[in-house]
Design a protein. Structure first.
Length: 295
């Protein structure tokens, strides 16, 4: 499709012309609201790669739901939720009762989940079905999917409001949290549930391989612009929303797959932040070094 010369028209045209583009945009905005803060806390807790693991942990459950009911949103979502919670629980038990670190146990279950999910889908489906599960189809989001994503975003925000303080303490000083008898273990488990829920919301739109991109890339990029936890979350949500808007418009005009276009746009925000962000970016470091030399 031809790209409009007017940037505003280029940005607005897809959503003004087609209802499915508007639903896709609303889904991206809701995903950003829920997954932005989750991504920030994953970064703060040094669990960034665990986010990718949890994205794949939902795959076997979603595949079982697909095997039982086909491309059914309720079945695949329920299966993905159960599978993600099981992986989180098993990884926690392995870490607690053995000397295996949490990241290593999550990595092991990630590989098992990915292989099991692909195998299950291949038992009944074809390559098209496998691509749908792995990469999603945000342009096919319907009203039921929107309600699911919006519901998970609402639950996530309300839960963060309840556990915000102990979660922040657990992120920065877990030893102190345990010393004063804080609810560290409970908060950690609740947080893992939020990770799984947002992965379930994301895989319907972006697939299991792409869902983590909208969660982690804005969260990492936010570190170059903000310092406080609340401002990190706000910047991450704003970048995730902008990635959804610009990525969808780009995919429409360039006739590209929407999920990868959204994640690549988020990657562009990360690279831009890495270069010119006001905190610890390459430009900020060069400026500090120049001022130090001049001083």
């Amino acid at each position: 499709m031809s790209v409009a010369l007017d940037p505003a028209a280029w940005l607005i045209e897809p959503f003004a012309a087609f209802g499915f583009m508007r639903r896709a945009l609303v889904a991206c905005l809701a995903l950003a609201l829920g997954s932005g803060p989750v991504g920030v806390f994953l970064v703060l807790r040094r669990m960034s790669l665990i986010g990718d693991t949890m994205a794949h942990a939902v795959l076997p459950g979603a595949a079982v739901g697909f095997l039982v009911a086909g491309l059914s949103l309720p079945a695949m979502s329920l299966g993905g939720l159960v599978a993600g919670l099981v992986v989180a629980l098993l990884s926690g038990l392995v870490t607690r009762f053995t000397r295996v670190k949490e990241d290593a146990s999550f990595a092991a279950f990630f590989l098992i989940s990915l292989a099991a999910g692909v195998m299950i889908v291949s038992l009944k489906g074809n390559n098209v079905d496998l691509m749908h599960v792995l990469f999603g189809s945000i342009l096919a989001v319907d009203d039921t999917s929107l309600l699911l994503v919006a519901g998970i975003a609402t639950i996530s925000l309300l839960t963060f409001a309840l556990i915000y303080r102990p979660l922040v303490v657990e992120c920065f000083d877990p030893v102190f949290s345990r010393a004063v008898g804080g609810p560290g273990t409970t908060v950690h488990l609740v947080f893992l549930v939020l990770v799984v829920l947002n992965m379930v919301a994301g895989f319907q739109a972006l697939g299991t391989l792409m869902a983590v991109g909208l969660m982690m890339l804005p969260a990492v990029a936010a570190r170059f612009w903000a310092r406080d936890v609340w401002s990190l979350a706000a910047v991450a949500v704003a970048m995730a929303m902008a990635s959804g808007l610009l990525g969808l418009a780009w995919s429409y005009h360039a006739d590209l797959p929407s999920g990868p276009a959204i994640v690549l746009t988020a990657g562009g925000f990360y690279l831009l932040s890495l270069l010119v962000g006001r905190r610890d970016s390459l430009a900020a470091r060069l400026l500090r070094r120049r001022r130090h030399l001049e001083g």
